[in-house]
Write a protein that binds this ligand. Structure first.
Ligand SMILES: Nc1ncnc2c1ncn2[C@@H]1O[C@H](COP(=O)(O)OP(=O)(O)O)[C@@H](O)[C@H]1O
Ligand SMILES: [Mg+2]
Length: 257
């Protein structure tokens, strides 16, 4: 099952991706985390892993890949045929406790150009990735909704939006539900950083028709790890229940085929 984890910047996409990946791995499921956020620096640290090599380098690096795309008039297919988890070259992956991490690539220097090439590589990768029944790919998306415009979500089975307690984040729920539905993808919502006071407001003010599948409390240990850049090691009931729902195909999640 391929899941896109999206939401506004700072809402907790990386945190939820990591906690869910670790929970699924604890259940013995093979998990691939795909970092498709070019400005994401905390993800590997939250997983307790080294930063993997940019996957775009596999195709000769950003410049070469962009050149290939331009020469082919933007019809360049980086992948011919399908890929499985085993086909991902080890040199482009970090791995720990049953979770693999790969990354599309980062912006390394000023004026080096936009991240479209990386977006193209990763969207083709997710399209060509074939998973077994019990395998999971979690894509930690870039903030906002540009990834919908780039077509990256077309290749996933499920969209999970992380919603934090802010007007901005709640306002985005309707747009993401609409965008997901427009490409035929089920969208579910994870309320993050909830407490007794904000949860009720969030549930009342989330967009109409939203399916809330998880409410992760605001936890001191999570924010402390976020500040220090250390691994997330604790388990949370809300995420354990979400993993269970995913595996069983219940609670609004698409069933695993
Ligand atoms: N449930 C939570 N409780 C406390 N802090 C959280 C929680 N979820 C996320 N955070 C903190 O919020 C900040 C943003 O989270 P992050 O996962 O990096 O967001 P995103 O990937 O959406 O930009 C981090 O400092 C993180 O530690
Ligand atoms: Mg992030």
């Amino acid at each position: 099952m391929k899941i896109a984890v999206c939401g506004k910047g700072g809402s907790g996409k990386s945190t939820v991706t990591v906690l869910l990946a670790k929970e699924l791995a604890r259940k013995g499921k093979p998990v691939l985390v795909i970092d498709s956020d070019e400005s994401n620096y905390g993800l590997s640290r939250q997983l307790g892993m080294e930063v993997p090599a940019d996957f775009t380098a596999y195709f000769g690096g950003k410049e070469k890949a962009l050149q290939d795309m331009m020469l082919s008039n933007f019809t360049h297919q980086f992948f011919d045929g399908t890929w499985t988890l085993k086909d991902i070259p080890e040199s482009y992956c970090s791995e720990k406790d049953g979770v693999k991490l790969m990354a599309s690539g980062k912006i390394h220097t000023a004026n080096e150009g936009c991240a479209c090439t990386m977006g193209n590589v990763i969207s083709q990768f997710i399209d060509h990735l074939i998973l077994l029944r019990d395998e999971y790919a979690l894509m930690d998306m870039e903030a906002g909704i540009e990834h919908f415009g780039r077509g990256i979500d077309n290749g996933v089975d499920q969209i999970l939006m992380v919603v934090e307690p802010s007007y901005e984040s709640l306002a985005l729920t309707g747009k993401i539900l609409e965008l997901g539905q427009s490409i035929g993808k089920p969208v579910c919502f994870v309320l993050n950083k909830v407490d007794d006071e904000n949860q009720e407001w969030m549930r009342e003010n989330i967009c109409e028709g939203a399916e809330v599948v998880c409410a992760l409390p605001s936890e001191k240990k999570i924010s402390a790890a976020g500040l220090r850049g250390t691994e997330l090691q604790d388990q949370y009931d809300a995420i354990a229940n979400l993993a269970e729902a995913l595996v069983n195909g219940t609670s609004g999640m698409v069933p695993v085929l």
